[in-house]
Ligand binder design. Structure first.
Ligand code: AMP
Length: 431
């Protein structure tokens, strides 16, 4: 079905083919007609599903193509709130691209950079603001932004905004917006908190759920490699060197851990860059630029820093550490397999991670494959400490069994026994 059949104006939908958008993604298919009708929306869709266009295109259509461009200095009529600077930049870029035919002016407002150019842009007039809550509040306090004309509000990655403690700033921002407006709420997970937020901020919203029991994009294959903590670094380099392009996003639990993994990879001869919350905006932008340009193959990141990164065709995501919150597994793995392309999510799981792994498996509707890589024991010293973790050999091949970290040998729900690909070899990387 072409975009124009969803009700989008031809002037907006025709140029989409040049971007490679030939057919709408499921979230676009369901959301665009609702947004165009003026109804509020509560949509469950993770990153990589095309959600930016799902709210961006109909917003631009309603505000500019149908609404027209008013005379005089333009007051913002659209507001998109996002949790992180990276997502602000990414959404800004997408909206600017979609909005070219409508002469859209879109302004990104986020912290970590000088406020002065943002003030100048706001003064010149803009149609849509894409903002992180903290910096938008700064502008409100300094009276450099006027939100009284906002007709459409989008809360993007609402679950993450709540996780990051943005509820109080959101409430303050919502207070100054007109009551008569359209509100769109997008979230990767619909928790009780998100439902409450929606009840407070939206009016009788239409629900869209593109996941429908299957939380992850079907194009992503998931694999768990049991390994001892001590050998994780070696296994990481092994996995990276086996990957066809060598390009990967590697997730770590902490900023300190990301630095350590980055240094480790560099020593092992893998070009890597690290991004986390302690890095300046300039350093993060450079790391992302180097990664996209292929100057570094591996980006090591914490969850928050990786949020909103738009990397098209990322083939591999590696969880060096499992996420502490199971939902973050979905956010992380959602970085690969985007827009119908295939991707792999690989988790390096030590015995201490068994509870985290169980939580993730509960959340996913499809089973995780457990594969023991030859030469990588799941405990530091002994092969028989975790007999269920797949140390059996058969016909020269290794069979991984469900890794639970328990000694019962019983297979947990959702765990499938798979054969290790025989050509997997151990690559030692000289830690
Ligand atoms: P998003 O979920 O908004 O971050 O989008 C994920 C990626 O999919 C981005 O790189 C978009 O440019 C791309 N994309 C969005 N919609 C489509 C579409 N209908 N066809 C092909 N690619 C798309």
């Amino acid at each position: 079905m072409p975009f124009v059949s969803l009700g989008l104006s031809p002037s907006l939908s025709n140029p989409l083919a040049k971007l490679g958008y030939t057919t709408p993604t499921p979230v676009q298919l369901k959301s665009i007609p609702i947004v165009l009708s003026g109804r509020d929306l509560l949509a469950r869709a993770q990153t990589g599903t095309g959600k930016t266009a799902a709210f961006g295109l109909p917003m631009i259509d309603r505000l500019l193509v149908r609404g027209g461009v008013p005379a005089g200095v333009r007051k913002p009529r659209g507001l998109v709130l996002v949790p992180t600077r990276e997502l602000a930049l990414q959404v800004h870029k997408s909206l600017a691209t979609y909005g070219v035919p409508a002469n859209l002016r879109v302004t990104a407002i986020f912290g970590g950079v000088s406020i002065v150019p943002q003030k100048k842009e706001l003064q010149r007039g803009t149609d849509i603001i894409v903002a992180t809550p903290g910096r938008l509040l700064d502008h409100m306090e300094q009276r450099t932004v006027d939100l009284s004309g906002v007709q459409i509000l989008t809360l993007d990655e609402a679950d993450r905004m709540l996780d990051m403690g943005f509820l109080p700033p959101l409430r303050r921002i919502l207070k100054v917006l007109p009551r008569e407006r359209q509100t769109l709420l997008f979230s990767a997970t619909i928790s009780q908190d998100v439902v409450r937020l929606s009840a407070d901020f939206t009016r009788d919203p239409q629900r869209v759920d593109v996941s429908e029991g299957q939380v992850m994009a079907p194009t992503v294959t998931h694999r768990v490699h049991p390994v001892s903590d001590q050998r994780k670094g070696d296994l990481l380099t092994h996995v990276l060197k086996q990957a066809p392009t060598g390009q990967a996003l590697v997730f770590c639990k902490t900023k300190h851990g990301s630095n350590r993994v980055g240094q480790y990879l560099e020593r092992a001869g893998v070009k890597a860059a690290v991004i986390h919350g302690n890095k300046s905006q300039g350093a993060r932008t450079k790391a992302l630029g180097d990664f996209k340009a292929g100057r570094v193959n591996v980006l090591v990141a914490t969850d928050i820093a990786a949020r909103g990164l738009d990397i098209v065709q990322l083939p591999l995501v590696v969880n060096f550490d499992l996420p502490l919150v199971a939902e973050d597994y979905i956010h992380r793995a959602g970085r690969t397999g985007r827009a119908g392309l295939s991707g792999r999510a690989v988790s390096l799981v030590s015995p201490a991670d068994r509870d985290l792994l169980r939580d993730i498996q509960r959340l996913l509707s499809s089973p995780l494959e457990h594969v023991v890589v030859e030469g990588f024991p799941t405990t530091a010293s002994s092969n028989d400490a975790l007999p269920e973790a797949g140390r059996r050999h058969q016909g020269g091949r290794h069979h991984g069994r469900g890794f639970t970290g328990t000694r019962s040998g019983s297979r947990p729900h959702n765990v499938r026994t798979v054969r290790t690909v025989p050509r997997v070899r151990t690559v030692r990387s000289g830690a």
